[in-house]
Design a protein around this ligand. Structure first.
Ligand code: IMP
Ligand code: MG
Length: 190
């Protein structure tokens, strides 16, 4: 470990549960059932955006009862900041071609919409048979670019959230619920 590495404190005591584990389980099950019905008898490829989407993907795919495959992409994140720069960079591309396939992008959260809007255009150039989007969370009032969302888990207000895959400075992805920071969460270490 480098001495310069500043690891923020684990402040789970300064978090408030916003969407419970049970609410997530129920809604993800509904989305899985709906997707299974909509793609019945068809080819389906889930494309998850690393890293925030992995927890959602892992749960969602177990509620999708039809045959499907998964692939991953990675885009640049905000780092430790909580605001989108509007600049998107591909850090890892898909392993497989998607031409002629039914692609369903799996996202954790749509905020400004820049990430998905860019990704969507990029994947459409490869001429999939269809391209849809499922997002667990939709922060609609923050939208700067319009992106068509086909499946939405929960619409949430304009607040920074962590848990269930979503991080702050790479922490809290493992929380089984979605949480909102309380006073003091972002304070410098004392
Ligand atoms: P957008 O490009 O502004 O829509 O940002 C999308 C990405 O920013 C998401 O896939 C997340 O990785 C990240 N993000 C946006 N809002 C939050 C949040 O409230 N908590 C954690 N990550 C977030
Ligand atoms: Mg993401």
């Amino acid at each position: 470990m480098s001495q310069e590495t500043v690891q923020p404190k684990w402040r789970v005591d300064k978090l408030e549960v916003f969407i419970t584990e049970e609410q997530l389980r129920q809604r993800v099950a509904e989305l899985g059932a709906q997707i299974s019905r909509d793609y019945e008898g068809q080819d389906l490829l889930l494309v998850a955006v690393l890293k925030g989407s992995v927890v959602f993907l892992a749960d969602l795919m177990r509620y999708i009862t039809i045959p499907h495959s998964v692939d991953f992409m990675a885009t640049s994140s905000y780092g430790a900041a909580t605001e989108s720069s509007g600049i998107v960079r591909i850090l890892k591309d898909l392993d497989m071609p998607i031409t002629g396939r039914n692609v369903l992008i799996v996202e954790d959260i749509v905020d400004t919409g820049h990430t998905l809007s860019y990704l969507r255009r990029l994947l459409l150039e490869r001429e999939p048979a269809s391209l849809r989007i499922v997002t667990l969370l939709d922060k609609r009032e923050r939208r700067e670019v319009d992106v068509p969302l086909d499946y939405v888990g929960f619409e949430i207000p304009n607040a920074f959230v962590v848990g269930y895959g979503l991080d702050f400075a790479e922490l809290y992805r493992n929380l089984p619920y979605i949480a909102i920071p309380k006073e003091g969460f972002f304070d410098d270490d004392d």
